[in-house]
Design a protein around this ligand. Structure first.
Ligand SMILES: Nc1ncnc2c1ncn2[C@@H]1O[C@H](COP(=O)(O)OP(=O)(O)O)[C@@H](O)[C@H]1O
Ligand SMILES: [Mg+2]
Length: 423
């Protein structure tokens, strides 16, 4: 079969790697792709939001399966555009991707169907939001309703900060229309876990758990980033937590979406906080996490194309989803200065070392070809991933492998997976 992957980051590289493992696949294309993805796929210069061009490409090249990696095209309705032309595509339709595209929608869904989440109110009027804050308990959390590149959530410790936050989101419109509506919710504490799951509209099958590290600096200091590293599985995602979520979160969410006339097909990413009162949903995403995919997919035993086709055909129940009984850690190598100001265009050395090593992977996030060399081309440059028999071994392996790579302004966190020691 011929597969088209839409996206250009480390997540799409991990998806391309997984697709390339399938004996069913004869050809992979990626739009637009990057220098690492080019090892498995023919990269085509079409942007993820160019729906007409993507659909035309898929028709022209007899693509059997298109996989959408990113949130923006999903929320914008790319799946509907493919389906309208009778093309097979993996991902939720626009009316289901709203579970990520609108935080107000997802909170209202959880409230209506009794899915555990933080208490909240939604506001479209900044005056009403401020009046509410004046009576609310601090700290408090403000969330822009729409997609905001992972920057639309403000944790406010004081009333002053919260009022300033309303101004940032609703009046100054720092995230554009995404801030036309905001969610104000109760501040929770606890460990965070991400659980990715395949869905076919009625059945949901969870993958192994993972944990991300969003802040730029060691000790969870510094600014929020796209993600500086992950580990999988999470030792805090115990059988007890899993059983609770199976019963109260995952299937209820899929059933709720179906009941609303918005059947969810694709990857449902549930961000959980393990609070003293039990697990609560922080948010949903409608696609693989990045860099969660990088630690989850290398541990998956199934042929990813078979699982995705089962989702499209409503036959996920027939699939026995299996993961290796080991662990993986991803350490992101970034450009120093990320997520603010940084230089790019530096030659990356040492990539070939990974080709000879079993259980080690280097997924490209921001790279490109220049004069026959691979150079840095973004804030997050590479995700270095290693497996191990357990989390500690995987972490030691991943950090060892970060030394195989060299580029001029290489930056990484040194404490990815530190939480493992507290398990
Ligand atoms: N109610 C909350 N209490 C405490 N922390 C929160 C709460 N909601 C979100 N956060 C923190 O903010 C981060 C981002 O929020 P999230 O809802 O996942 O939005 P997004 O990923 O779209 O930015 C979470 O991973 C968590 O660390
Ligand atoms: Mg999140």
């Amino acid at each position: 079969m011929k597969v088209l992957i839409v996206g250009s980051g480390g997540r799409e590289h991990a998806i391309a790697w997984a697709v390339a493992q399938s004996p069913r696949v004869e050809k992979i294309y990626c739009a637009p792709g990057n220098a690492g993805i080019a090892e498995y796929a023919e990269c085509v210069n079409i942007g993820a939001m160019e729906f007409d061009a993507l659909v035309a490409f898929a028709k022209e090249h007899d693509i059997d399966l298109t996989i959408i990696g990113m949130d923006d095209p999903l929320v914008g309705g790319v799946v509907d555009a493919f389906e309208a032309e009778g093309l097979r595509v993996f991902g939720p339709r626009k009316n289901a991707a709203i579970i990520e595209g609108s935080k107000a929608f997802s909170k209202d869904l959880m409230k209506k169907y009794n899915i555990p989440t933080a208490a909240y109110e939604t506001f479209t009027d900044p005056k009403e939001a401020i009046a509410y804050l004046e009576t609310a308990k601090m700290p408090i959390v403000l969330k822009a309703d729409g997609l905001a590149l992972g920057k639309g959530v403000l944790i406010c410790n004081t009333l002053e900060e919260a009022k300033e936050g309303v101004k940032t989101l609703m009046l100054d419109k720092q995230f554009g229309d995404a801030g036309d509506e905001i969610v104000i919710e109760e501040f929770m504490t606890g460990r965070e876990v991400s659980v990715l799951a395949f869905c076919d509209g009625k059945t949901i099958k969870c993958m192994t758990s993972a944990q991300d590290h969003k802040r730029a600096k060691d000790g969870d200091k510094g600014l929020n980033t796209g993600g500086m590293g992950t580990f999988s599985p999470s030792p805090f995602y115990t059988k007890e937590v899993e059983d609770f979520c199976e019963k109260h979160v995952y299937q209820p969410t899929i059933d709720a979406m179906a009941a609303e006339g918005r059947p969810f097909t694709g990857i449902l990413f549930t961000g959980l906080m393990l609070t003293e009162d039990g697990p609560k949903v922080l948010e949903y995403n409608a696609r693989f996490g990045d860099p969660e995919a990088q630690v989850v997919l290398p541990r998956m035993k199934n042929d990813i194309t078979e699982v995705m086709e089962a989702c499209i055909d409503g036959k996920l129940n027939d699939i026995n989803l299996e993961f290796e009984d080991n662990a993986a850690v991803c350490v992101v190598l970034a450009s120093d200065g990320y997520p603010e100001k940084y230089d790019k265009g530096f030659e990356i050395k040492g990539l070939d070392t990974f080709k000879e090593k079993e259980g080690y992977y280097v997924f490209h996030a921001g790279t490109k070809f220049h004069d026959g060399k691979i150079v840095t081309n973004g804030g997050r440059v590479l995700g270095v991933v290693a497996k191990g028999n357990d989390l500690k071994e995987a972490r030691a392996n991943a950090y060892k492998a970060t030394d195989w790579i060299d580029f001029e302004n290489k930056y990484k966190r040194n404490d990815i997976g530190k939480a493992i020691d507290e398990a």
